[in-house]
Design a binder for this molecule. Structure first.
Ligand code: RTP
Ligand code: MG
Length: 147
């Protein structure tokens, strides 16, 4: 089963959108297998966004992502990486379709509510950057059905 790393950014946490974000992926049918609130260090931010090092927006991006707590998550599901990116919407909220998280809630390019892994490789890399193995619980919702 595919796993992806999603993270509510400081603007999303501040705007009380953690529940809304979690709800969308839960309703979609994905399984939340890891989650935590944390304040990202500059070192972790620079590693996480390493592909953007040297770009004009890099310093601002690191400053923003470290400016307050984030909500980091690992979700599991069929095609979870691409599906989550579709549900998140385009990077620029003005270009993101209505119905996507960024289309519905994003304010601008730097304050776009949520991060999502963009490939199998980045999902693996980002999950291991943010989570220890013992913080991830893989399970099936169809076993031990209570409701
Ligand atoms: P993310 O990594 O945060 O999920 O966003 P993304 O894949 O949609 O976009 P990416 O290209 O990875 O960029 C990471 C974040 O950097 C900011 N950005 N600013 N030209 C610009 O000013 C610019 N380009 C990117 C955005 O905040 C984006 O989410
Ligand atoms: Mg990206």
């Amino acid at each position: 089963m595919e796993q992806t790393f999603l993270m509510v950014k400081p603007d999303g946490v501040q705007r009380n959108l953690i529940g809304e974000v979690v709800s969308r992926f839960e309703m979609k049918g994905f399984t939340l297998i890891g989650a935590k609130v944390l304040q990202i260090s500059p070192e972790l931010a620079e590693t996480h966004y390493g592909e953007h090092k040297g770009k004009p927006f890099f310093e601002g991006l690191v400053e923003f992502i470290t400016s307050g707590p984030v909500f980091a998550m690992v979700w599991e599901g069929d095609g979870a990486i691409l599906e989550a990116r579709k549900m998140i919407g385009k990077t620029k909220p003005q270009e993101a379709d209505p119905g996507t998280i960024r289309g519905d809630y994003g304010v601008n390019m730097s304050k776009n509510i949520i991060h999502g892994s963009d490939s199998v490789e980045s999902a693996k890399r980002e999950i291991s950057l943010f989570f220890n193995d013992n913080e991830i619980e893989s399970y099936s919702k169809t076993v031990n059905k209570w409701v």
